[in-house]
Structures are given as structure tokens and as C-alpha cells.
Design a protein around this ligand. Structure first.
Ligand SMILES: Nc1ncnc2c1ncn2[C@@H]1O[C@H](COP(=O)(O)OP(=O)(O)OP(=O)(O)O)[C@@H](O)[C@H]1O
Length: 565
């Protein structure tokens, strides 16, 4: 009757009455929005969401890794779980868990049951988001980490996940917001959360609009906070952002310094003494070779120079039924520089990758400094891969440089260089930083120590990659076409660094198409074709006076393709 007469009053155009109703409506809306009763419900919703997201993400990471496993059974179990959970309504899952757990002797209150239900549901969705994030990271990133002796867990934690976050975060943000709102369905198992409390009020006073609008406002405030947190986290993992040393922002604002100096500031000479900086991309490595020489001599002992260091016997490898290496025999002496030449697809890169066990070989034997890298004798003869491959690779101390640099995209040049020394070899951070800065100075990149890889030219990136490989104090350096991805004007700066390293006495195996470099720097040139060594010898023989027709043909093609000076 009362509401009918109010409606009549409005319809009759009684303005005062309408204002009175409106004022009353607004006051009521805000008082509900500020009411402790509703906010306690909101806090319950927040707690369920926070706990379930945390547990769901951890379980989701596990499921994502299972989905990426090489074992079919493991993949199938994860797939089945995700299929069941994603394919059934969450409301039914909650009721099922609420009713089923007591049957197996697990009695929880409704809040805990809701957390379990939401966690298990979220795990399935997170798994696919995380799997997508992991797949979005270039495989070359984990190859580079593996070559530095990083194990799978370290690689996942330090290299893959920080980069995957860029694609994972928007999905996780979405799911968090959805879950917060969906906690309302937990009222079915008597969880006293926000919507449930709003319903309780409405059940007493029938003020549907004001009470639910107030609850809606509270949801909006909470979801906005989640959006803000998501934005902050996305900015944190944004590779494009300008890297500033800690305290730099405040220093810029107030003109004083907090925290330590940036790497570039430490490494760069005093401004008044510094020579004019050459244009980016054309700068060259300084003449000093102290660090290189120190590394090369500590790598193997000058006294043992010339002794067999890398010994490969009858190395065989196939991809499917395609034989790629057909029995390679090669011995590289300590301090020797061997250049592998050969047409595309002849197996050079594959051979290089078998030396540090990035690729397993099927038959044969390789020793580096007298030790197998990650192989032990098999009971029936031959060799088999060991567990603990990462440690074997780390112990072997083989540095590798890749065609596409494979720098860790989320780490600065200096961080790239010191990652393995600190995380794999347990070097003290300050000592690693000092070594990293020396190496970057040696390759002419002091000024770029704090820069992320995407801000460097190809030639600079490759020089950082060389410094990174040298930071693990390698006994042997493998170069896999280090200049093939570079513009011609950037090739020289990388070759110059390699030349200095060779001069310093480092043992090096280099796959390259740079005939001039091979002629000038190599102690020995090995020509490969179709998985076999066709001929080998000093450059003056293999390049200038090849015995085999296949070598001559290849060199003629290379000569024609070489850019005119
Ligand atoms: N992961 C892989 N799976 C299947 N086939 C592969 C794989 N890696 C290499 N191959 C094949 O093995 C052969 C040798 O490749 P490899 O990269 O070792 O040759 P390469 O001499 O280094 O050639 P390029 O100079 O073009 O790099 C090629 O036919 C290549 O297609």
C-alpha cells in the first residue's frame, strides 16, 4: 500500500515527494556501501580469491609443465584433469566437493571447502594460461641457458617465467576479477560472502536496488584494485620499459643519489678523460687483451698447449631416419682455433652442439679435457646419457655463442653476463659484477652495461653474448655462425673480438662462412659435407689449395657470394 501510494504521488507529479524519495535513496545507497556488514562479506570474497588464486597458480604451473612433458602419460593425466574441470559448471563442482569430501573423511568448514573448490577450478584455467606463456618464449632462450650450465628448474625460474609473465599476466588478471565476482556462487554451500549478505539484507527490507547497487559498488572498488595491481605487474615485466638503477627516479626528482651507481657509470672512464664516443654500432673493442689472455691461460694451462683437448671419435647422429653426422673423427688441440666450413645442411651446427651435449649423439665418443660431457659407459658397451646433465655441462665449462645471439631478453647486458657465474657457479655478486664489467669493457660495451638487448645493435648483442660465454671461464669456446645474422657492416666488430680471443690462446671451434676470417685466424680448417669430414688442414691448403672437388666447388660458390670490398 505504502509503495503504491508513493508511486501514485510520483505519478501525480509531486516534485517534493520525488526529491524526498531520491534523497532517501542516495543516503541509503551510500550507507549500505559503507556498511560493515557488507564489507565483512567482501573481505571473505577477497580471502577466498587470494588463497584460491595462489594455490590455483601453483597447481596450474605444475599442470602446465605436465602438459609440456615429453612423456605421453604425464601429458594425458594433465589434459584429462583440465578437460573435466573446464567442461563442468563450477557450481556443480562446489556442491560435489562439499558433499564428497566428508565421505572420504575430510571435514572442512564451508570457507575452506570454497577455497579448495575455487583452487582446483583455477588450476585448470591457469595451466593453459601459463602453458601459453611458456610457449610464447623463444626456445633459443632455454638453449642459451642450457649451454651456460643452467638446469631446467633454474632456467624456468630465472629465464622462462620472467619472460612468460608478459603473456601470463593479462589472463591471470582476468581470472582474478572473474573469481572475485564468482565467489558469490559459494553461497550455495553457505559461505557468508558479499552477495549472500546483500541477499540477507534484502530478505528483510526488500530494498533490492539500493542494497544490490551498494554491493555492486563494493565489487567495482575491489576489481579496480585488482586491475591496478595487474597494471603495476605488467609494467614491472615490460621489456620495453626504460631500465633505471634503484633510486634513480628519486635522484632525478630531488637531485640526490640513493642506491649504488649504475654499471655504466662505474665502468665508464671519467667524463673529462673519456675520448669522444664513436657512433653506436661502429664502436670497436679496445685493444687491451688482459682479461681474454687471463681467461685463455687459466682455461687450460699454457704448458699443455698443443695437447689433444677435444677428441671426437666416430660421432653419429640422425634426425628420424636422416643421418646428419656419419662418423666424425676430429681432434682439437688445446689453444687451437678450428674453423668448420661446409654447405648449409652439412651438419656443422649439429656437430658443434653434440660437443657440449646440447644434442645427444647416437653413437661414438666425445671427450673434452679428457672427460665425457654428460655420458657414462653403458652396461652393454658404448655410452649413455647421465642424469645431472646440467652439472656435467657446467663442469665442462664450454662457452657457446649462437647465430641469433640468444641473449636473455629480460636482462640487461651486465645481468646477462653475470647470470650464470652467480646462479650456476656460485660467484659472489660483487665479484661477478666486477668480472662482468671487465668483460663488457673488453668487448667495447661498457656504456651499454645497463641496456636491455633490444636496445643494442646486432653486433653489440653478439659481443655481449661472447662476454656472457666468457664469464663462465670457459676452457673451450664454440661459435655457431656468430656473424651470419649480422648486417655486413657489423660483422667486423664481432670478428675483431673473436680474433683477439684466438690471439689470446683460447681453444675455439668456429662454424662460419667467413672465409677471410678462416684464412687469417684458423690454425686448421675442416670442410664438412653431408655429415662427413671431406678434408682438413691448414687454411693455406684447404682454402687456397683444396684437394677435393667438393671443397673447390663450395669455395667457388662462397667466392661468388662474397661482398665486393
Ligand atoms: N632439431 C632438428 N630436427 C630435425 N632435423 C634437424 C634438426 N636440426 C637440424 N636438422 C637437420 O639436420 C641437417 C643438418 O643441420 P645443421 O644445422 O647441423 O647443418 P649446418 O651445416 O649447420 O647448416 P647451416 O649452415 O644451414 O646451419 C639439416 O638437414 C637440418 O635440416
Amino acid at each position: 500500500q505504502a509503495s503504491a501510494s508513493a508511486a501514485l504521488q510520483e505519478l501525480s507529479g509531486d516534485a517534493d515527494a520525488a526529491v524526498a524519495v531520491e534523497q532517501h535513496w542516495i543516503w541509503e545507497f551510500f550507507s549500505y556501501a559503507a556498511s560493515e556488514f557488507l564489507w565483512i562479506g567482501a573481505w571473505t570474497a577477497v580471502k577466498i580469491t587470494a588463497l584460491a588464486m595462489a594455490v590455483g597458480l601453483v597447481l596450474g604451473l605444475g599442470l602446465a609443465l605436465m602438459r609440456l612433458s615429453g612423456l605421453f602419460v604425464v601429458r594425458a593425466v594433465a589434459w584429462f584433469y583440465i578437460w573435466i574441470v573446464r567442461g563442468t559448471p563450477q557450481l556443480l563442482q562446489l556442491v560435489f566437493i562439499y558433499d564428497a569430501l566428508p565421505y572420504i573423511g575430510l571435514k572442512f568448514d564451508s570457507f575452506t571447502t570454497a577455497v579448495i573448490g575455487f583452487s582446483l577450478n583455477q588450476a585448470a584455467f591457469s595451466a593453459e594460461i601459463i602453458r601459453g606463456g611458456i610457449l610464447s618464449v623463444n626456445k633459443a632462450q632455454s638453449t642459451a641457458a642450457t649451454a651456460l650450465g643452467m638446469g631446467p628448474v633454474l632456467t624456468l625460474r630465472r629465464i622462462i617465467l620472467p619472460q612468460a609473465m608478459r603473456s601470463i599476466l593479462p589472463g591471470v588478471g582476468n581470472d582474478t576479477i572473474s573469481m572475485l565476482k564468482l565467489t558469490s556462487i559459494a553461497s550455495i554451500i553457505f559461505v557468508n560472502e558479499l552477495t549472500f549478505r546483500a541477499q540477507q539484507i534484502v530478505g528483510q527490507n526488500f530494498r533490492f536496488f539500493t542494497v544490490f547497487a551498494a554491493a555492486g559498488l563494493i565489487y567495482l572498488i575491489l576489481t579496480s584494485a585488482i586491475s591496478l595491481a595487474q597494471g603495476w605487474a605488467e609494467a614491472r615485466f615490460d621489456l620495453e620499459r626504460e631500465r633505471r638503477p634503484r633510486g634513480e627516479t628519486l635522484r632525478r626528482m630531488f637531485g640526490f643519489r640513493l642506491g649504488r651507481k649504475s654499471a655504466a657509470e662505474i665502468a665508464a672512464p671519467a667524463p673529462s678523460l673519456a675520448p669522444a664516443a664513436p657512433a653506436s654500432g661502429t664502436e670497436t673493442a679496445p685493444a687491451g687483451e688482459d682479461v681474454f689472455r687471463m681467461l685463455a691461460t687459466s682455461a687450460g694451462g699454457a704448458a699443455k698447449r698443443g695437447e689433444p683437448f677435444v677428441v671426437c671419435r666416430n660421432v653419429q647422429k640422425s634426425y628420424g631416419d636422416r643421418a646428419v653426422l656419419k662418423g666424425i673423427d676430429l681432434t682439437v688441440a688445446r689453444g687451437e682455433v678450428v674453423v668448420l666450413l661446409g654447405p648449409s645442411g652439412s651438419g656443422k651446427s649439429t656437430f658443434l652442439r653434440t660437443i657440449n651435449h646440447l644434442e645427444p649423439m647416437e653413437w661414438g665418443e666425445i671427450t673434452v679435457d679428457g672427460r665425457h660431457v654428460g655420458y657414462v659407459p653403458a652396461p652393454g658397451g658404448g655410452l649413455r646419457s647421465t642424469g645431472g646433465l646440467a652439472k656435467a655441462r657446467a663442469d665442462a665449462r664450454i662457452g657457446m655463442v649462437f647465430q641469433h645471439f640468444n641473449l636473455f631478453a629480460h636482462l640487461s647486458a651486465l645481468e646477462n653476463v653475470i647470470e650464470a657465474p652467480i646462479r650456476v657457479f656460485g660467484m659472489a655478486p660483487d665479484a661477478a659484477r666486477e668480472l662482468g664489467l671487465k668483460l663488457l669493457a673488453e668487448v667495447g660495451l661498457s656504456a651499454h652495461a645497463d641496456h636491455l638487448p633490444h636496445r643494442l645493435s646486432g653486433g653489440q648483442q653478439q659481443r655481449v653474448a661472447i662476454a656472457r660465454a666468457l664469464a663462465i671461464s670457459p676452457k673451450l669456446m664454440l661459435f655457431d655462425e656468430p656473424t651470419s645474422a649480422l648486417d655486413p657492416e657489423l660483422v667486423g666488430e664481432v670478428l675483431q673480438v673473436m680474433r683477439k680471443l684466438a690471439d689470446a690462446g683460447m681453444t675455439m671451434i668456429v662454424v662460419t662462412h667467413e672465409i677471410r676470417f678462416a684464412r687469417e685466424v684458423a690454425d686448421r680448417v675442416v670442410f664438412m659435407d653431408e655429415g662427413v669430414i671431406v678434408e682438413q688442414g691448414p687454411p693455406s691448403e684447404v682454402i687456397d689449395d683444396p684437394k677435393q672437388e667438393r671443397t673447390r666447388r663450395f669455395l667457388r660458390v662462397m667466392e661468388r657470394a662474397a661482398p665486393t670490398p
